[in-house]
Design a binder for this molecule. Structure first.
Ligand SMILES: Cc1cc2nc3c(=O)[nH]c(=O)nc-3n(C[C@H](O)[C@H](O)[C@H](O)COP(=O)(O)OP(=O)(O)OC[C@H]3O[C@@H](n4cnc5c(N)ncnc54)[C@H](O)[C@@H]3O)c2cc1C
Length: 537
């Protein structure tokens, strides 16, 4: 299966092709360059688009006095609800501090205490203050700024913006040796072309746009998972879409990216209340408002269902330095007429983070030779059934470096590209809104076999709305459709409740389900799945 497109009219080449310019793509580019290899980095919108620049809370790393990678590991494993890949978690927490120091050496400036020490805060699920932040609540913007500045200075990294990657290209041995892509407004490189390299790294971020309300920006349409699936790669943990508990509620018709109220606000003392002003998290979990995200999101949904209200409230009136500590969130609230130092903030859960993605090993390799994945597009297994707050920027930093190390040692030498004669697919752009509405309705925070069945049949119907007019909107809609089908497939298979997967018809966590579901496309566009057992930590 491949996306319908025109015949490629141009070719570009480098040692390594990297797709995406968030923390994962940019860090991989810099690390690969440090090995003396050339990089072609292609990205579908402006170079700073993507989730990275929106990250607020920060980056988790065991850097504080008394903190250890072991304690960070324990908190990560608890949040992951029995499905973390322990080897990957050990790599994340052990190599995290060094990866953060590298980022600082590249120019990222984090907030510091008056003593000069890096200021560390706490977020849900962490038992210690270990979250570095920048500009108060503008950590992602600073990470993006610093990495982009370093990439721009490096003549060995060519960046092509407005370049939407469509599909992987393979050689006769089935090894990935490039991608097809569509570039808007690049002169001789405009239209559909080929970017060839000795390896391809997918770093296309998340898939939040598959739901009607999300914290993710418009570019987060799951393209990398689509490319990986169509290339024959296995994906895993796609049922574990994390819904952030505290996303500002903007009314019943709000769609697309919604403003996030970072967990760090609760870390600084804010708490949830219902319409009656009752704090309801104290009875739910020992960490109360700072319980892991899935626990908080579920408690909010339960409260919303019980009270028949579309949201609950976040009370942050006790935080006395709002404008200084959380300037971005303060401004965002103010733009909707809410003054968080005086008013309660209406909040409800919204799609936030894909814990799953293209299944990779500890060096970022997918199951298809020559194809790597990094960042939110990848499933390293570090998040298990639920990501611990602020572990995702860290994952991008750590695994990007490991991919570069692997490429330096094992850079493949692929053969000539062969043409892809598989079936072409393309859906009309207008299916996008119907996909996201149906996914929120049937495959969102709450799921049952029945609700998933309804969404599955909506998706089958929408899958017949073929288009003959290739364009960015149609390619994105087709990727969203494939990713939505994949989520519904695995969410239906997993008959238990665990982490961010909440099956109302199977409300318990079952030891039988301590395994991950690996999903792949078969030759006819259907699914095949296998299981990967996850040993006890
Ligand atoms: C509001 C918000 C707050 C968050 N806060 C935190 C936090 O405090 N701490 C934390 O650790 N994590 C946080 N996260 C999660 C974290 O920001 C992301 O998981 C992380 O930035 C993902 O990085 P990435 O490089 O994988 O993807 P992204 O930063 O999303 O970058 C993906 C890139 O791929 C490009 N792309 C997509 N499709 C294609 C295609 N077909 N062809 C070419 N290019 C393509 C995009 O344009 C973009 O450049 C937050 C996320 C959001 C949305």
């Amino acid at each position: 299966m491949r996306l319908k497109t025109g015949t490629p009219g141009w070719t570009a080449q480098a040692d390594v092709v990297i797709v995406g310019s968030g923390v994962a793509g940019l860090t991989t580019a810099l690390q690969v360059r440090a090995k003396g290899l050339t990089v072609l980095l292609v990205t579908k919108a402006r170079v700073d688009e993507g989730s990275t620049k929106w990250a607020q809370g920060g980056i988790a790393a065991a850097l504080g006095p008394g903190d250890t990678p072991k304690e960070h590991e324990e908190d990560t494993l608890i949040a992951g609800a029995g499905l973390c890949d322990v080897a990957a978690v050990k790599v994340l927490v052990a190599q995290g501090p060094e990866a953060v120091r590298r980022l600082i050496a590249r120019g990222a400036v984090f907030d510091r205490e008056a003593t000069g020490e890096i200021s560390l805060t706490r977020e849900g699920g962490h038992h210690r203050n270990r979250i570095l932040h920048a500009g108060g609540d503008a950590t992602g913007a600073e990470v993006s700024r610093a990495l982009l500045a370093a990439v721009t200075e490096d003549a060995g990294i060519e960046v092509v913006e407005h370049a939407l990657v469509l599909d992987a290209i393979k050689d006769a041995q089935g090894r990935v040796c490039g991608v097809t892509l569509h570039v808007i407004g690049q002169g001789s490189r405009g239209g559909v072309g080929r970017a060839l390299g000795r390896a391809v790294v997918l770093a296309t971020g998340g898939l939040g746009q598959v739901y009607a309300q999300t914290t993710n920006p418009a570019v987060a349409t799951g393209d990398g998972v689509g490319v990986a699936l169509r290339a024959g790669a296995r994906v895993a943990d796609l049922e574990f879409v994390q819904f952030h508990p505290t996303v500002m509620w903007l009314g019943p018709t709000a769609r697309g990216q919604q403003p996030l109220i970072s967990e760090a606000v609760r870390g600084e003392g804010a708490f949830l209340v219902d319409d009656a002003g009752e704090r309801f998290m104290r009875d739910v979990h020992p960490l109360a408002d700072l319980a892991p995200r899935d626990v908080v999101a579920k408690a909010i949904m339960r409260k919303m269902l019980d009270t028949h209200r579309p949201h609950v409230w976040l009370d942050g009136r006790g935080i006395d330095n709002w404008q200084e500590r959380f300037p971005t969130i303060y401004a965002s609230c103010a733009s909707y007429g809410v003054n968080p130092s005086r008013d309660l903030i209406p909040v409800a859960p919204a799609a936030h983070y894909a814990s799953g993605g293209a299944r990779v090993d500890l060096n970022g390799r997918t199951s298809v030779p020559g194809l790597y994945a990094c960042g939110e597009t990848a499933c390293t297994g570090v998040h298990g059934a639920n990501r611990l707050a602020s572990n995702s920027l860290l994952e991008g930093l750590v695994f990007a470096a490991r991919i570069a190390d692997d490429l330096a040692e094992n850079l493949p030498t692929p053969g000539e590209p062969v043409s892809n004669t598989s079936k072409e697919v393309l859906l009309i752009p207008s299916v996008r809104d119907q996909i996201s509405a149906s996914m929120t309705q049937g495959a969102g925070v709450l799921r049952t076999a029945k609700s998933l069945g309804h969404t599955g049949s909506d998706l089958r119907r929408l899958g017949t709305q073929a288009s003959s007019e290739p364009c960015v909107e149609a390619w994105e809609a087709t990727n969203l459709h494939l990713v939505a089908r994949a989520i519904v497939e695995v969410a239906t298979i997993r008959e238990e409740t665990r982490g961010s997967h909440w099956r109302e018809d199977f409300p318990q966590t079952s030891p039988e389900w301590q395994k991950r579901i690996l999903l792949a496309l078969d030759g006819n566009g259907g699914w095949s799945h296998t299981f990967e057992l996850v040993p006890d930590a």
